[in-house]
Design a protein around this ligand. Structure first.
Ligand code: FAD
Ligand code: NAP
Length: 522
């Protein structure tokens, strides 16, 4: 199996090698795992060749270091000597070389802006660019520089933006009663919902984000202390979001607080850094011999719902280096009654995680004790509910833990998509013991006639009477069929990258279009 550790520098997607839109990965030589890299960075070896000195790098100087044996790359104005990292990069040396001697920020952001390169490459830091390379202009830029830093209850002055940008830019206001502070965000979006609002409030620091393709942020160091619980009210039709804080002391606030750096900015979502909050591990239950269901409790002052098809990142410090990996929240179980949408439990996140015996991150996760804390990011992902809302036939191709995005998707489809006729999960595993939630899936198939599940094993025991094999064209032509000649179909795929890539190729060969296929990737 090819399951690679995170990379400190991304491999950009290539149409031909990564049909799924994810990234290509190459097998690493023995002794070149992420843990080996971390060990090397801690060995005290001079990885930059500069004996610990930091220098100012000109563009000309950067351009000189453009060879495999001497490769510097600039990310967000910082220059790294990635020569020693070459063999450790899961995307391969060639991908890394695409940014050799140049500014690799865009390349990096395209694929894995979540990878914590600052931590992974800190020993490779050469210095700063003398003149910061010009970044691509932001569509709608920050308004902070135009704004008064002190928030005194007045709407902040806005930078003069173009008419269309001005129309789109959310704004905020605040007011108070004896006991409450209410911050109102006018999102100017008619289809607001709870999944688009993320609020955190810790130690007087309030962060309220409205996320869609763009991100609007209210980020303030509050003037006075507030209580732990935070309420969020959303007027969906008019796009008004209220964040309600309870004052700790019933005193009159003269102002909301001090604006933090990104306060009142409206930028592309992908340009906003990931925000993490610490969540408490409250339970750990066995799903199979190697897979566990972890329940994490969000802080009381956090409002966060992970949308269908999206993932979060977990961050842990392993051997002194921050390591980040993506995981897709599931439900605590598969609800069998689809009459009404499940009530949202905003307080907990459920993660179904396979613990690899040699896995760097999952071994550390498995050692977490109940009551321990772990950093959880905001959600990411490009799945849109609208993709499934008009479908008549939904096919879910999952391999191993590639089942995780299918859990919420199944629930959403069977509960809220009226036009669906068939939902079929084709679930690939090595052995029977590896099948996740087999009982629940079989129960669901009995209960809901629209739903069917097929288990396919690649390494079955002799007595397995079900299907066996690997993803293949013949297998897909058998299992993925429109219920009517022209029915609208959506096929979702998730599993190891080669599984997903092959699946996409077979489906295309069978005549399905790119629009009919969704791949889950990081
Ligand atoms: P690693 O240290 O990366 O190793 C895992 C296994 O692969 C080990 O056995 C290792 O020996 C082997 N391996 C590592 N590198 C290579 C290589 N180059 N060649 C061959 N073998 C190699 N996982 C879940 O369990 N649940 C989820 O919900 C989930 N959601 C995800 C969502 C997204 C968007 C993505 C991209 C991945 C998701 N994953 C999920 C996978 C998860 O992010 C980790 O990759 C996984 O937990 C393994 O991490 P690790 O550090 O423990 O393993
Ligand atoms: P696994 O147990 O190793 O494999 C599950 C099934 O997939 C097995 O039948 C296996 O067959 C088959 N398979 C594995 N590699 C294959 C390949 N190269 N080509 C064709 N079939 C292949 O799977 P796992 O350990 O649970 O891994 C799940 C993967 O899903 C991880 O890579 C994880 O990163 C990914 N994932 C991604 C997301 C996402 O992107 N959103 C979410 C969750 C998980 P064999 O017997 O031949 O190995």
């Amino acid at each position: 199996m090819l399951n690679v550790p995170p990379q400190a520098f991304p491999a950009p997607s290539s149409q031909q090698r990564v049909a799924a839109g994810g990234r290509a990965k190459v097998p690493l030589k023995p002794g070149r795992s992420l843990m080996d890299w971390i060990r090397l960075t801690k060995s005290g070896r001079d990885l930059t060749g500069l004996k610990g000195r930091l220098i100012e790098v000109t563009e000309d100087e950067l351009a000189k270091h453009n060879k495999k044996e001497d490769c510097w790359i600039c990310i967000r104005g910082f220059v790294y000597n990635v020569t020693p990292y070459m063999e450790y990069h899961p995307g391969g040396e060639d991908e890394l070389m695409k940014a050799a001697g140049a500014d690799g920020t865009d390349l990096f952001d395209q694929v894995h802006r979540w990878v914590n390169y600052e931590s992974m490459l800190k020993e490779c830091l050469v210095g700063r660019m003398a003149v910061k390379p010009i970044a691509a202009p932001k569509e709608i830029s920050s308004t902070l520089s135009e704004e008064k830093k002190q928030l005194n209850g007045m709407l902040p002055e806005k930078k003069v933006l173009g008419a269309s940008a001005r129309d789109l830019t959310p704004s905020y206001d605040w007011f108070q009663t004896d006991s409450l502070i209410t911050i109102v965000i006018y999102t100017k979006q008619k289809d607001m919902n709870a999944e688009l609002v993320i609020v955190d409030c810790e130690d007087k620091r309030l962060r309220g984000e409205i996320v869609d393709d763009h991100s609007y942020l209210v980020e303030v160091d509050l003037d006075h202390a507030v209580q732990e619980d935070v309420a969020v009210n959303i007027a969906e039709k008019v796009g008004k979001v209220e964040i309600i804080l309870k004052k700790k002391d019933n005193i009159h606030w003269k102002m909301l607080g001090q604006a933090l750096e990104s306060h009142n900015t409206f930028i592309k979502r992908t340009e906003r850094g990931l925000f993490y909050r610490k969540c408490k591990l409250v339970s750990k239950t066995e799903v199979t011999h190697d897979t566990k269901l972890l329940c994490l409790m969000l802080p009381r002052s956090t409002h966060l719902c992970v949308p269908v098809g999206q993932h979060i990142y977990l961050k842990q410090t392993i051997a002194g280096t921050e390591v980040v990996k993506p995981y897709t929240p599931v439900l605590p179980f598969l609800p069998l009654d689809f009459k009404e949408p499940p009530r949202h439990d905003g307080a907990h996140l459920y993660l179904m995680i396979k613990m690899y015996s040699c896995g760097l991150f999952t071994q550390a996760l498995d050692h977490l004790q109940i009551g321990d804390y772990i950093s959880v990011s905001n959600p990411e992902g490009n799945f849109k509910k609208s993709q499934v809302q008009t479908s008549e036939d939904l096919f879910l191709l999952a391999a191993g833990t590639g089942f995780t995005p299918m859990v919420k998707l199944l629930n959403f489809a069977l509960t809220e998509v009226g036009c669906l006729r068939t939902v079929r999960l084709i679930f690939f595993n090595k052995t029977e013991d590896d099948i996740l939630w087999r009982n629940q899936l079989e129960q669901l198939a009995l209960k809901d006639e629209r739903f069917e599940v097929q288990f396919i094993l690649s390494q079955p025991a002799k007595d397995w009477v079900g299907k066996q094999g690997k993803i293949s064209s013949s297998l897909l032509s058998e299992c993925v069929k429109r219920s009517r000649k022209d029915s609208k179909v959506l096929i979702c795929i998730c599993g190891p990258t080669p599984f997903t890539e092959q699946g996409v190729q077979y489906l295309k060969d069978l005549g399905y279009s790119q629009e009919e296929i969704h791949t889950f990737t990081a």
